[in-house]
Design a protein around this ligand. Structure first.
Ligand SMILES: Nc1nc2c(c(=O)[nH]1)N[C@H]1C(S)=C(S)[C@@H](COP(=O)(O)O)O[C@H]1N2
Ligand SMILES: [Mo]
Length: 207
C-alpha cells in the first residue's frame, strides 16, 4: 500500500464511506474556508502572457502558452488538502493537466529520475521527488471547483501535489525543472521538512 494513504484497518471491508477522522492527518483540524497563504504579494498574471516551461539541465523539453496548455488532455480530481499551518480541507475539486500528460506531451515515456523544482512568479520555489508527481499524483491545475483558480490561490496555474503538505503545491507556476540531485526550495531551506508527508507529520526539518 502507498505509505501516503490514510491507514485502514486490515481484514475489514466497510461499505461505509471512509470516516472524516481517518481522513484527518495527525495534528490537523478541518476547515470549510479556503485560507490564502502566500510568502509575498499576489502577482497579476494575464493568461495571454503566461507560459509554462519544462526544463532538464540546460534544455527546455517543452513550453506551452495558455492556449497550448488548455489544449492538453484535462483531468479532474477530488482530493483533500493539508496545510502545515494545520488546516485540512476535504473534497476539493481541481482540473488541469497531470504531470504524466505533460511528460507524454514532450514524448517522454519515462520521466528523468530524481527531483523537480517548481519555479513560480515572484521567486517562490519548492522541490518534489519525481516519484511523487507521476501516476496521477501531480497536476498543474487551472480550475478549482469548476472555476478558474483565483489569483490569490495561484491562478492562472498552480502545482497540486495533494498528498504532501500544501506548501509543495506551488502557486503561479512558471517552470518545472528536473534535477538529478535534490535541492531545497523556499520553505525547505527555511526550516521546513524536505518531503512534507502530512500522515507522518513531517512539518519541520528533523520531524
Ligand atoms: N508561489 C507560491 N506558492 C505557494 C506559496 C507561496 O507563498 N508562493 N505558499 C505555499 C503555502 S505555504 C501554502 S499552505 C499554499 C497555500 O495555498 P492557498 O493560498 O491556495 O491556500 O500555497 C503554497 N504555494
Ligand atoms: Mo503553508
Amino acid at each position: 500500500m502507498n505509505q501516503n494513504e490514510p491507514p485502514v484497518s486490515r481484514g475489514f471491508k466497510s461499505k461505509r464511506p471512509t470516516s472524516v477522522k481517518t481522513r484527518l492527518p495527525p495534528g490537523q483540524y478541518l476547515t470549510t474556508d479556503f485560507p490564502v497563504l502566500s510568502a509575498g504579494p499576489t502577482p497579476d498574471i494575464r493568461a495571454a502572457e503566461w507560459k509554462l516551461g519544462l526544463q532538464l539541465g540546460g534544455s527546455i523539453l517543452g513550453s506551452w502558452t495558455w492556449e497550448e496548455f488548455e489544449a492538453l488532455p484535462q483531468t479532474t480530481i477530488k482530493t483533500d488538502i493539508h496545510c502545515v499551518t494545520k488546516w485540512t480541507k476535504l473534497d476539493t475539486t481541481w482540473q488541469g493537466v497531470t504531470f504524466d500528460d505533460l511528460l507524454k506531451a514532450v514524448g517522454l515515456q519515462e520521466p528523468p529520475e530524481g527531483f523537480v523544482m517548481a519555479h513560480c512568479d515572484g521567486g517562490y520555489t519548492t522541490n518534489v521527488p519525481v516519484a511523487d508527481l507521476i501516476a496521477g499524483q501531480g497536476m498543474i491545475a487551472t480550475r478549482c471547483e469548476g472555476l478558474p483558480i483565483a489569483p490569490s490561490h495561484g491562478g492562472p496555474a498552480r502545482l497540486l501535489v495533494a498528498h504532501l503538505y500544501f506548501w509543495k503545491s506551488a502557486k503561479w507556476l512558471r517552470r518545472l525543472r528536473f534535477m538529478a540531485k535534490d535541492e531545497p526550495g523556499f520553505w525547505e531551506s527555511r526550516g521546513y521538512h524536505n518531503y512534507g508527508n502530512p500522515w507522518r507529520e513531517q512539518r519541520y526539518d528533523g520531524d
